[in-house]
Design a protein around this ligand. Structure first.
Ligand code: PGA
Length: 254
């Protein structure tokens, strides 16, 4: 895995009120603190719970992330949240271009590109999500879909901008369905993504960029996935909502 520090990230989606989120974060911190052995851990609660959860995780090994942002810093954009606001709420990471945002909220590659730029300018670590739908996989379009998502998402960036970039490969057919890509299937795609980075930005970035797998990651499949040379972590949805289950995923190497 070269020198890439594994990252286990929890995407809580639209789950948990403030008090529920605080409770889960408190339990999680107890379960994972001081035991992460070189693994980075991040949780992304809904916007409303960011500040209270930030107070819980601040002195722990768990980092805070957001699930989305808007690319302007401030302005008359009712209902939107800027990267500066996320930083002020304690965030270090932000998930960008999740397939649910693309699917239900019409998020385009162009918007994803602007959001990544805004994140980087404010020193947030962007997690760019890419992935093909079931139909696209069946029609053998997986590689062309990913090629387009990555090229457009990272359009006009230079190497220096992307030093902290994280990519998450999340096949849409595996999200929340219980169907996981096999570790070989995922490895093939991760290698492809890494070779894309190499072609566009050079060997150094391709070797240092963490590429996470997401889609029905659970305690019983995480170790096999993590054993693959180009899988550097996991973006976990459903299984991140329960602190016991998520901590088992964090401890995949135990
Ligand atoms: P899942 O979601 O683990 O529930 O499949 C993953 C994600 O959407 O990030």
């Amino acid at each position: 895995m070269e020198n890439r520090r594994p990252l286990i990230a929890g995407n809580w989606k639209m789950f948990k009120t403030c008090s529920e989120a605080v409770e889960v974060a408190e339990q999680l911190v107890k379960l994972v603190n001081d035991m992460t052995d070189g693994v980075d851990v991040m949780i992304a609660p809904p916007f409303t719970a960011l500040a209270p959860v930030s107070d819980i995780v601040r002195k722990s090994c768990v980092s805070l992330g957001a699930q989305n942002l808007f690319w302007e810093n401030e302005g008359a954009y009712t209902g939107e949240i800027s990267s500066a606001m996320l930083v002020s709420a304690g965030c270090r990471y932000v998930i960008i271009g999740h397939s649910e945002r693309r699917q239900y909220f019409g998020e385009t590659d162009e918007a994803v590109n602007k959001k990544i730029m805004a994140a980087i300018k404010n020193d947030l670590i962007p997690i760019l999500c890419v992935g093909e739908s079931e139909k696209e996989r069946e029609s053998k379009d997986t590689f062309s879909v990913l090629d387009k998502q990555v090229k457009n998402g990272l359009k006009d960036f230079v190497l220096d901008d992307l030093k902290t970039l994280v990519i998450a490969y999340e096949p849409v057919w595996a999200i929340g369905t219980g169907k996981t890509a096999t570790s070989d299937q995922a490895q093939e795609i991760h290698l492809f993504l890494r070779s894309m980075l190499e072609k566009s930005f050079g060997n150094m970035l391709s070797k240092s960029t963490r590429i996470l797998y997401g889609g029905s990651v659970k305690p019983d499949n995480v170790s096999e996935l993590m054993a693959m040379p180009d899988i550097d972590g996991a973006l976990v949805g459903g299984a991140s909502l329960d602190p016991e289950t998520f901590s088992k995923i964090v401890h995949f190497n135990k």
